[in-house]
Design a protein around this ligand. Structure first.
Ligand SMILES: Nc1nc2c(ncn2[C@@H]2O[C@H](COP(=O)(O)OP(=O)(O)OP(=O)(O)O)[C@@H](O)[C@H]2O)c(=O)[nH]1
Ligand SMILES: *[C@@H]1O[C@H](CO)[C@@H](O)[C@H](O)[C@H]1NC(C)=O
Ligand SMILES: *[C@@H]1O[C@H](CO)[C@@H](O)[C@H](O)[C@H]1NC(C)=O
Ligand SMILES: *[C@@H]1O[C@H](CO)[C@@H](O)[C@H](O)[C@H]1NC(C)=O
Length: 442
């Protein structure tokens, strides 16, 4: 969505400015760690008997699946920092009601637990996480003590052009979408759980990396559960650095979805982990393949983003003909006879591409599979298969493609087989800027 794109540009701009600032001050990223390391580290650890505190969060409703995965990482690393001082657990916001998830099978698609898509054991190896259902069981109700609704500063970066990290309670910029009922409880969208509410609501202006929330969360309130809403306002503490990759590596897909992808690979693409050198062991903490060890299955994988995105990013997305032409060229260049297509294109569009490209396959779920895995699961199966190809080419600026880049880097693929994008029709080489490479940092 447009909102997603804007958010990303803003994030990127702020991030780059901040990195510049840091680089200016220090010449490296270490300073980041020092500035935001909580000062009273360790002193509170003695209070082991204190019950653990719950951090909940949610994201702007307009954001898509793959930006949400990125926001998870920021929140996870906030909890990681909180852990240095107190015992906290991250409550995973149930999936649902996403703009793109509208397969006719199951219009609702709400209250989907994270375990439907991700491996919770893996997430838990990074920080403690629980599902919202477990939160309700553990605390006895769907009551949340406080909601901090993030917003920008009225006199912030966009007005002043000056970037400084800050977070403060402020009057709400806009009339709050969470409203008090007759018993004083704040109600609104809680992932489809009508019984959920918060006791105390406030707006918080933030122009900060997620780590800056440690201080207010540990010193401004003793509330047991705090929900940060519009969590995407907070930026990564250190994009592309160790913490980023730890969180990312812990986001393993569910075993079931990986299995579906693997079965498809072996059945239609002659691709197995053994032949392709993509064997990945279960504990991500010890899985550190050297760059270039992964070979990948004998196919080209393409992520071709269409729909709303093709319209809003028309300057960077090719026509179907343009995409087909590039696909044929890469197949020839890479000597690959098969191509796996991941796309949100309509059936009609896929038909057209199939006419122009021989050897094209895609995973097309049956009705039962669609109901079982849902749009999110199908997206993951597509990503998983793309992640195992010998060569990948994605769509510029799509977070769906970004997550595939990361998955492939984690598997140990050579960057040049991964960080590629389709060019728009008639786009010059200079204009068709290739995605930036982010090597895994352990
Ligand atoms: N199965 C499948 N779904 C896709 C594919 N491409 C896009 N989608 C769907 O469309 C959504 C795209 O939204 P995002 O995940 O946010 O990725 P994005 O390309 O950055 O899109 P915006 O958020 O609109 O900028 C995905 O979550 C899927 O639901 C694809 O190749 N396969
Ligand atoms: C924390 O408390 C201080 C002091 O009362 C206040 O200035 C600040 O805005 C508060 N921050 C948050 C995020 O509530
Ligand atoms: C499948 O891959 C194996 C191992 O690379 C290879 O020996 C075999 O010939 C391939 N089969 C087909 C049908 O391409
Ligand atoms: C690309 O260039 C060709 C030939 O110059 C032209 O016919 C075509 O309309 C152009 N396509 C786009 C999308 O601009």
């Amino acid at each position: 969505m447009a909102a997603g794109g804007f958010q990303r540009v803003v994030c990127l701009a702020l991030f780059l400015i901040f990195v510049d600032l840091l680089a200016f001050v220090s010449g490296d990223y270490e300073v980041d760690q020092q500035i935001f390391q909580p000062g009273i580290q360790g002193t509170l650890k003695v209070a082991a008997a204190k019950p653990r505190r719950y951090l909940l969060y949610d994201v702007n409703p307009g954001e898509g699946f793959n930006l949400r995965r990125d926001v998870y990482m920021r929140m996870a690393n906030l909890v990681k920092k909180l852990q240095d001082q107190e015992s906290w657990v991250l409550v995973l916001p149930p999936w649902g009601r996403l703009y793109h998830w509208k397969s006719s099978m199951d219009k609702q698609q709400i209250k989907i637990p994270w375990s439907a898509f991700f491996d919770l054991e893996s997430l838990n190896r990074h920080i403690p996480v629980i599902e919202f259902e477990d939160y309700i069981k553990e605390t006895g109700s769907a009551e949340i003590d406080e909601m901090w609704y993030l917003q920008s500063y009225k006199d912030g970066f966009f007005k002043t052009g000056k970037w400084e990290e800050k977070v403060d309670e402020r009057d709400c910029n806009d009339p709050p979408v969470f409203r008090q009922d007759e018993s004083g409880h704040y109600r609104g969208w809680f992932w489809g759980y009508d019984e959920a509410y918060v006791l105390k609501f406030k707006c918080v202006s933030a122009q900060a990396n997620a780590g800056l929330m440690v201080k207010p969360l540990t010193t401004n309130t003793t509330a047991r559960s705090i929900m940060i809403n519009r969590a995407e306002v907070l930026l990564h503490d250190a994009y592309g650095q160790t913490g980023y990759w730890d969180a990312r590596r812990s986001m393993r897909f569910s075993k079931e979805l990986r299995l579906v992808g693997n079965e498809f690979r072996s059945k239609y693409l002659n691709s197995t982990d053994k032949d392709d050198k993509t064997i990945m062991w279960e504990d991500w903490r010890t899985f550190k393949p050297a760059v270039g060890t992964a070979k990948g299955g004998p196919y080209l994988a393409v992520h071709l983003r269409r729909g709303d995105f093709a319209r809003s990013h028309s300057k960077n997305v090719p026509s179907l003909q343009g995409a087909a032409k590039q696909i044929r060229e890469i197949m020839k260049e890479q000597k690959l006879k098969k191509v796996y297509l991941a796309t949100d294109a309509s059936d009609q569009e896929v038909k057209e591409i199939k006419k122009m490209v021989t050897g094209l396959v895609r995973y097309k779920p049956t009705k039962e599979e669609l109901i079982k895995y849902k749009d999110g699961g199908i997206a993951i199966i597509d990503q998983w298969i793309c992640a195992h190809a010998r060569y990948f080419i994605g769509t510029a600026l799509s977070t769906f493609s970004f997550r595939i880049h990361e998955e492939r880097s984690i598997l140990g693929f050579e960057p040049k087989t991964t960080y590629n994008r389709l060019c728009a029709d008639n786009q010059s080489v200079e204009e068709c800027e290739q995605p930036s490479q982010w090597p895994v940092v352990y």
